[in-house]
Design a protein around this ligand. Structure first.
Ligand code: SAM
Length: 273
């Protein structure tokens, strides 16, 4: 039987969090397109025989990699049923729902990628150790993870705007599973080393992400803790708070476009030969 781990995250990504991301899939893929491009370029660096995308969501990244590589088998795994349900398979892309921390993988991949899908494990050493079992000897890990909140001010603008308006918003635990849990490079090196990856390398990535201005209200009401809180409110209260939050995003809006800088790590590692 699969051990019961990551139960809080499983509840979130199979509940409101996962449904929000599933419904917002086209928007997410537009906003995070620069990171898709980065991982597609990584996949094309050398010949591949099998690629795994961890925390693949609705699968945009692994479908793009599959399209770029031709007939290489590509697989996406995610703990979120609502997202896997709408992840469209292609001739060489398949998806399945599982907790990547404990799923019994076969060692069939020479590349494991992730776009912001590996920061939610309750035991990162166990999880990255388990991912290593999915890699062929010498297989590569290429994952992007967010750097700190301070380096990604766009991501916390909504939370800052509602501090007094929604005082019971869940508090952020910097050491617990969450978007910024792998922001500390020393921690990442330690986690990857302890889980048996070699040739560990962290590269700073700074990319501008964009979305049309008229999509911003949808973005804010569908994603993240503020989005989830807004969804539970009566319409009038939601509209009032949303107006306040939107004003805080003015610095990012220009000529009908929302543009914001992002800071992340590209984590690289190799499975031992
Ligand atoms: C921020 S979303 C990124 C989704 C997708 N990679 C993308 O870029 O659109 C994080 C994803 O990680 C998934 N996830 C969280 N914990 C997981 C776990 N233990 N095993 C597999 N997937 C997990 C979530 O369900 C979610 O789809």
């Amino acid at each position: 039987m699969t051990p019961e781990v990551n139960s809080e995250q499983a509840a979130l990504w199979n509940g409101p969090g996962g449904h929000g991301w599933a419904a917002a899939r086209d928007m997410v893929d537009v906003v995070l397109q620069p990171y898709e491009d980065l991982l597609v370029a990584a996949a094309k660096e050398r010949p591949r025989t099998g690629v795994l995308d961890v925390g693949c969501g609705t699968g945009g990244v692994i479908r793009a990699i599959a399209a770029a590589l031709g007939d290489v088998p590509c697989v996406g795994v995610d703990i979120s049923g609502p997202q896997i349900a709408v992840a469209q398979e292609t001739e060489n892309t398949r998806f399945f729902q599982a907790d990547a921390q404990v799923h019994a993988f076969e060692p069939e991949f020479d590349l494991i990628v992730s776009r912001f899908g590996v920061m939610f494990f309750d035991d990162p050493v166990a999880a990255f150790g388990n991912l290593r079992t999915a890699a062929k000897p010498g297989g590569e890990l290429r994952a992007v993870v967010w750097r700190s909140k301070d380096e990604n001010p766009f991501m916390t603008t909504a939370e800052r705007a509602v501090t007094t308006l929604i005082p019971d918003l869940p508090a952020f635990d910097p050491d617990g599973p969450g978007p910024h849990s792998l922001a500390d490079p020393d921690r990442v090196r330690q986690v990857l080393g302890d889980s048996g990856w070699t040739a560990i390398d962290l590269r700073e990535v700074e990319l501008d992400c964009t979305m049309p201005e008229d999509v911003l209200p949808t973005y804010l009401t569908m994603l993240g803790p503020v989005g989830r809180a807004l969804q539970t409110m009566a319409e009038q209260e939601r509209e009032e708070i949303l107006r306040t939050v939107l004003r805080e995003f003015d610095p990012f809006v220009r000529d009908g476009e929302v543009r914001f800088p992002t800071a992340s790590w590209e984590i690289r590692g190799s499975a031992p030969l």
